[in-house]
Ligand binder design. Structure first.
Ligand SMILES: Cc1cc2nc3c(=O)[nH]c(=O)nc-3n(C[C@H](O)[C@H](O)[C@H](O)COP(=O)(O)OP(=O)(O)OC[C@H]3O[C@@H](n4cnc5c(N)ncnc54)[C@H](O)[C@@H]3O)c2cc1C
Length: 319
């Protein structure tokens, strides 16, 4: 049956580290698993010969939460750099201060005209139903701005279309300008700084992961463990390397679509077992020909496929 732990944590990124910090603070000793052979998830840093350190994606700490600022500062022994942020966007030969919706100055005149005209129409439209991020972008900025900037950028950044995204993550990330702010930014390059990142901190040594690496010391971290099955009934974790871990509680920071895929796979396995046990013997007793059985099976599979797609959409996108 493998080993047993009280609390298992899946993932060593910032979310997994948050769980380690909280649980170890309560006196628990979680066992932490990650499929990667390195610690830190998306916030990992890699040292190269010659003394250079590269982060997996550009990461900085711009939180204004004092508890977190203190925690990160302690984790790097107070050794961090403090930087004032100046953030620009590049679009087809134009540099635009961030956020672009308030800094249209210098863009082609007909584009700016269409952006402002659509922005005004969107602001004056009767409130519609916001089903996803795409609806939100169109309703907030108007069609031309939405389709020229955030929808194009978002497909690359989020690796999916805005129609597949909810809006609960927006917080202060997407600035909602007034008409005055849009007009001022279209007529002048001098605009107030309204971006939510105005300054940030970054560890002086070892890359961004230095902020979270000390959390690893508060747990039993097992890298190279890719979860392939989570069995909530038996309370067991199964890993690709053959390891099995029984747990009392599990905290997962694995992206929800991936986790749901494991569970759906499990569902399909139980469906097949039920089919073998109940349906197939009945068809045999009823004397169904091979062709009739194949047709029935095809109908069941089509229905199962549809149900899985509907469940996946409901669970992941809540639509
Ligand atoms: C380019 C870029 C720049 C960003 N810049 C910033 C920034 O400047 N500041 C900021 O605060 N945030 C930034 N973010 C957001 C930040 O990276 C994420 O919010 C954060 O890293 C998410 O942490 P997480 O723990 O949820 O996920 P992850 O870091 O992805 O951790 C999930 C972990 O689960 C593991 N895992 C997945 N599947 C399995 C499996 N089957 N079995 C075992 N382990 C598994 C993965 O290997 C990974 O280690 C940026 C994101 C990107 C993409």
């Amino acid at each position: 049956m493998g080993q047993k732990t009280g609390v298992a944590i899946l993932g060593t990124g910032m979310a997994g580290c948050g769980a380690i910090h909280r649980l170890s603070g309560e006196g628990l000793e979680p066992v932490v698993f990650d499929k990667a052979t390195y610690f830190g998830g998306h916030t990992a840093s890699f040292a190269h010969e010659g003394g250079y350190v590269f982060d997996e994606g550009g990461h900085v700490s711009f939180t204004k939460n004092e508890r977190l600022m203190d925690l990160f500062a302690r984790n790097v022994g107070g050794e961090f750099e403090f930087v004032h942020a100046s953030i620009n966007n590049y679009w087809r030969g134009h540099w635009m201060k961030h956020p672009p919706q308030c800094n249209l100055y210098g863009l082609p005149a007909d584009l700016v005209t269409r952006i402002i005209s659509d922005f005004v129409s969107a602001q004056n439209a009767a409130p519609g139903v916001i089903r996803n991020y795409r609806d939100w972008l169109l309703a907030t900025y108007g069609r031309t701005f939405a389709e020229t900037f955030p929808i194009v950028y978002g497909r690359r950044y989020h690796t999916t279309g805005p129609e597949n995204m909810a809006t609960d993550w927006l917080g202060p990330r997407m600035y909602r300008p007034s008409l005055q702010e849009v007009l001022r930014g279209a007529l002048s390059p001098e605009t107030p700084d309204v971006h939510y990142v105005t300054e940030f901190r970054y560890p002086s040594h070892g890359g961004f992961v230095s902020y979270i690496r000390p959390f690893a010391q508060a747990a039993d971290v097992r890298l190279g463990h890719q979860l392939v099955r989570l069995d909530p009934r038996e309370r067991r974790l199964h890993f690709a390397n053959g390891a099995v871990m029984a747990y009392e509680q599990v905290v997962s920071s694995i992206a929800l679509p991936a986790l749901i895929r494991f569970q759906l796979r499990q569902l399909v396995r139980s469906e097949l077992a039920a089919f073998d046990q109940h349906v197939y013997p009945r068809w045999r007793d009823e004397g169904l020909s091979q062709e009739q059985q194949a047709a029935q099976l095809e109908a069941i599979l089509t229905l199962t496929d549809t149900l899985i797609s509907v469940m996946h959409r409901k669970l992941v996108y809540q639509v």
